[in-house]
Design a protein around this ligand. Structure first.
Ligand code: GLU
Length: 495
């Protein structure tokens, strides 16, 4: 039998870390066993549904580079993959259960249910759910009251006096007294819409899902799901409830800990490779002593046997380390491509949202080696390179003056630096270094004293990315012009 699993999000919010961890593990598991991976949209909650969340889902996974084998956008043998397009199907299966006496019509009004709830709450009763009043109605009575136009729902008849047992692939044997399961939950609402439980089980069955890897918060629903499988006479899939993802304080990861939506990570300048690599380690291990994996490597190594039971702790610092690593590993072209949207947005090439012209574009690619080792996030790149694309204001004279030097010596140092510019733009880093050293020696000045005013004049700051590389991108004419403007300011300051 072909192994199939799925990611079945409800589009009621943005994609977040927990969601993509579930999606990724399902993807990796399917890939590791040569199975199929399905995307199914569980949009039964129409009140909280928003099309924007569906778009966010597609954008997120396109960005991450995770693709499914069957799904709403690409179709497949069990299409449609959107639950709101399958409502007739759920109705049919709910009726099947009513006919088999495994489910029943319930005519209790919302007011009655609310009254029971309050009453039980006041009495501190242990059971607070439905009192199963309509369970004793025969299906004939139910059908005729329904035919007469009475408003009703369909509820599952949970077998009482039994225990539901199953073996979770990660957590082992689990059992639940049926009396402790939410009493006779609704399968089909009065408007004919299914609840999550019914739609989820019908779809997993019809789509041939063999493995359900999902967040641990779904564990309490699993006994109910197994009873549904039993009621239909269907073989249930293997259930595997994934370890929780916590913040450093041991509480469930949430906005209090930092960014959780993938959009936010993306805006901050995380790379998809880094996020995927890090998220893949949340609750799973792969190879002893190896932390860095491509998606392909993860797909080859993923195993349900290597999941951890203990909750995973989300460490933002570790993720930052991964991001810095993947930034360093990128080719200049790739890094420039990833960083370009941030540069455009931050106005590196003119006003914000200005596209670069051809020379700015090629300058941007050439500038990547200058900052690769110095940033952890793509978002930091534009500011670090701003001095290359717009002339920085000339700093006050004091900024130019090396320790133990004075203004007139500094002017001489900068003039000496100026005379080297033409040559420096033609040399690589090692040659340039050698050349400046020689010239400093010849002139009897310290290398650092020669470099400092030159750096301030060219970059507007005492601290900057590597100077020779910067100068090659600026080119001689712009370099000379900057030095001349600086010299003019320094001259003005002479006593
Ligand atoms: N729609 C559910 C969710 O939003 C799916 C749970 C499951 O995987 O069964 O997570």
């Amino acid at each position: 039998m072909e192994i199939k699993d799925r990611y079945a999000p409800s589009p009621t919010g943005l994609q977040h870390i927990g969601g993509i961890r579930t999606a990724l593990f399902n993807y990796l598991f399917a890939r590791s066993v040569g199975g199929a991976y399905i995307l199914r949209l569980e949009d039964t909650d129409r009140a909280r549904f928003d099309e924007a969340f569906v778009q966010n889902l597609y954008d997120t996974f396109a960005w991450l580079g995770i693709h499914w084998d069957e799904g709403p956008d690409i179709g497949g043998p069990a299409a449609p993959y959107i639950q709101s397009e399958r409502f007739d199907l759920y109705k049919k299966y709910a009726l099947e259960l009513v006919n088999a006496d495994k489910a029943y019509y319930c005519f209790c009004s919302a007011e009655r249910l609310e009254a029971i709830r309050k009453e039980r709450e006041q009495a501190h009763a242990s059971e607070t759910g439905y009192d199963r009043q309509c369970r004793s109605l025969s299906s004939e009575v139910g059908r005729s009251r329904k035919a007469a136009g009475e408003r009703c729902v369909i509820r599952l008849k949970i077998p009482l006096g039994e225990t539901t047992r199953f073996k979770d692939r990660l957590l082992g044997s689990i059992e639940w007294k049926n009396e402790d399961i939410n009493p006779d939950p609704i399968l089909l609402k009065s408007d004919g819409f299914p609840t999550y439980h019914l739609a989820n089980i019908v779809d997993d069955h019809l789509m041939g899902i063999t493995h359900v890897l999902r967040a641990q918060e779904w564990l309490p629903s699993t006994p109910l799901h197994l009873i549904l499988y039993q009621s239909f006479g269907w073989e249930p899939p293997v259930f595997c409830h994934l370890p929780m993802v916590m913040g450093q304080d041991g509480k469930k990861l949430s906005k209090r800990h930092g960014a959780t939506s993938i959009d936010e990570f993306r805006r901050q300048g995380y790379l998809p490779e880094a996020l995927l690599n890090y998220v893949a380690l949340l609750g799973a291990s792969y190879e002893e002593g190896k932390d860095l994996y491509t998606l392909q490597e993860l797909s080859e190594r993923f195993s349900l046997d290597k999941l951890n039971k203990a909750p995973a702790v989300f460490d933002y610092k570790k993720l930052e380390w991964y991001n810095a690593h993947y930034i360093r590993m990128k080719s200049d072209e790739d890094l420039a491509k990833s960083a370009l949207p941030y540069a455009i947005e931050q106005g590196l090439f003119g006003a914000p949202w200005t596209e670069p012209d051809a020379s700015q574009r090629s300058g941007f690619v050439k500038a990547m080696p200058l900052i690769k080792e110095r940033v952890s996030f793509l978002q930091e790149i534009p500011d670090k390179l701003r001095y290359l694309f717009s002339e920085p204001p000339v700093p006050p004279a004091a900024e130019f003056i090396p320790k133990k030097s004075d203004l007139s010596q500094t002017i001489e140092l900068l003039k000496l630096g100026r005379s080297l510019i033409e040559t420096l733009t033609k040399l690589d880093d090692a040659e340039a270094e050698q050349f400046v050293k020689q010239e400093a020696e010849k002139a009897g000045v310290k290398l650092g004293d020669l470099m400092m005013p030159l750096r301030v004049a060219l970059t507007g700051s005492r601290i900057s990315p590597p100077l020779f590389g910067s100068l090659r991108i600026l080119e001689a004419a712009a370099g000379l012009a900057r030095i001349d403007r600086s010299l003019a300011v320094l001259e003005e300051n002479r006593p």
